[in-house]
Design a binder for this molecule. Structure first.
Ligand code: MG
Length: 484
């Protein structure tokens, strides 16, 4: 017998079925997601400090796009990089491993230079190579600084394409005028840095006045070009606000924060362009975007550098300001909007991206990152318990939970003054000091590392010493790439 249901009953059934599908989709989004790998974009600023963004407390810089990105997504307030300077920090992000494991850190040369012969070894597996092996299209745009000759270039390391300045924008300096003065002149010709497309030099010296704009155009073009061909991974590493500072004509003298403020606001504009493109192209809800910076502000350049806000220290050093970075995760409809105070690091991106894309994380090596998907989705806790603060090839400090112990101290670039301690330090040749008794801070209660509480917590120091001993015992010596 054929049954005819009244229209209102059909409507109710459809609504209930829809609700069932919706709740089911929420409970099984993970399975759905792994079947539909997301696009991933990492935006990595250079030398942008913890306190440089409006949403991280800067009172003058206007960063509406990053602020909105944080409100729509997650603002991470305890997120670290692998090192307080460019080259090792980038090696850590792209490999998910501390740079000591790839030979990408050194006490003698802290970054790669134009005369360097080394670079990220082919034995390392970058995020790009891992995702490419799982069908991703990959593109690198901007600063590389992991070796500017083959086989160390982006297209040697899993990226389908590259466009950018292959090392720092202050290198290949051909004028004798000091950096500080040059920062006022915008004379880009003073730095004879190249721009490469893939492996071919297409411009020299790079006209850095338009570099942020051109990187942005490149990324926007890649998004439009790749979106219908499968999932993509785009790594945008801005050359700025690393000094020398440059901004395009549209941003000249438009901020109240001087040249540095103009530069930050152009980087913010760039983020806005990228997020807007994702929305216009209808792929925002299948794209994870991460924003962070490679190390703290460069205090050597005083007012030309940024600020670490309430954090102590800056670029080059292992106080918080050198390595804790303003970090935002954005993925509309997927990421639970929140302020996350759990610890995270750039080395967590590799295992997280692999998990999100159902890509197998290689099992033949040690990883220093953890999958932070449960924190992003609000479905569980993070696994990270420790953070290592390397300066060069040495562990200077370790954070375990709330507590951070400094075993060796040396302040940031441009600040030769020894850190005042209550116990007699042992001076080292490089100006650092090994502390007979470590300094201890509770960096949740005292993020500015102002009050040494070591005397009150000998047990915690003993526990952190044990973490250090175990870490050192697990390290395998490798060829150093920065000293070649
Ligand atoms: Mg840097």
């Amino acid at each position: 017998m054929k049954v005819h249901y009244p229209p209102f009953m059909i409507s109710i059934a459809v609504i209930f079925f829809g609700l069932f599908l919706t709740s089911n989709a929420e409970s099984t989004w993970w399975e759905n997601n792994t079947a539909d790998p997301p696009n991933i974009i990492v935006i990595f600023a250079d030398d942008l400090g913890y306190g440089d963004l409006g949403v991280f407390g800067h009172p003058s810089n206007k960063t509406p796009h990053l602020d909105r990105m944080a409100y729509e997504g997650q603002k991470w307030t305890n997120f670290y990089v692998a090192a307080p300077v460019c080259t090792p920090s980038r090696a850590g992000l792209l490999t998910g491993r501390l740079p000591i494991r790839s030979g990408m850190c050194s006490d003698k040369r802290r970054v790669l230079f134009p005369d360097s012969k080394g670079g990220l070894p082919q034995t390392e597996i970058t995020i790009a190579r891992a995702l490419k092996g799982n069908g991703y299209q990959t593109a690198a745009v901007g600063k590389w600084h992991l070796g500017h000759q083959s086989p160390f270039l982006p297209t040697d390391h899993g990226f389908d394409s590259y466009f950018g300045i292959p090392y720092s924008n202050d290198m290949d300096k051909v004028e004798t005028t000091d950096h500080f003065t040059l920062a006022e002149t915008e004379r880009y010709q003073a730095y004879n840095v190249p721009i490469l497309r893939d492996k071919t030099e297409v411009e020299r010296p790079a006209d850095q006045r338009t570099i942020t704009k051109r990187y942005t155009d490149e990324v926007v073009g890649k998004i439009k070009d790749l979106k219908d061909k499968g999932p993509f991974f785009i790594y945008l590493a801005h050359s700025l606000p690393h000094i020398p500072l440059f901004r395009s004509e549209e941003f000249k003298d438009t901020s109240v924060g001087g040249i540095y403020g103009d530069v930050i606001e152009e980087v913010d504009w760039s983020v806005g362009q990228i997020l807007e493109t994702l929305k216009e192209e209808g792929i925002a809800e299948n794209t994870l975007v991460v924003f962070t910076s490679d190390n703290g502000p460069w205090h050597t350049f005083r007012t030309h550098g940024g600020t670490a806000g309430l954090l102590r220290g800056a670029k080059g050093g292992t106080f918080e300001g050198g390595m804790r970075e303003p970090t935002i995760f954005w993925w509309p409809g997927k990421i639970q909007p929140a302020v996350v105070t759990d610890m995270g690091t750039t080395m967590d991106l590799m295992p997280t991206f692999c998990a999100l894309s159902n890509t197998k994380l290689p099992d033949d090596r040690v990883y220093d990152g953890f999958d932070i998907t449960p924190l992003l989705m609000g479905t569980g806790k993070g696994k990270r318990e420790t953070v290592f603060y390397y300066r060069g090839a040495q562990v200077y400090a370790i954070r375990k939970g709330d507590y951070k112990a400094h075993f060796i101290t040396q302040l940031e670039y441009g600040n030769p003054t020894a850190h005042p301690v209550t116990n007699p330090p042992i001076p080292l040749e490089n100006g650092a000091t090994i502390l007979e008794e470590p300094l201890l801070y509770n960096v949740n209660i005292d993020p500015g590392e102002r009050f040494n509480i070591a005397a009150d917590h000998p047990q915690i120091i003993a526990e952190i010493r044990e973490v250090l001993a175990q870490h050192k015992a697990g390290l395998v010596p490798v060829e150093n790439q920065l000293e070649k």
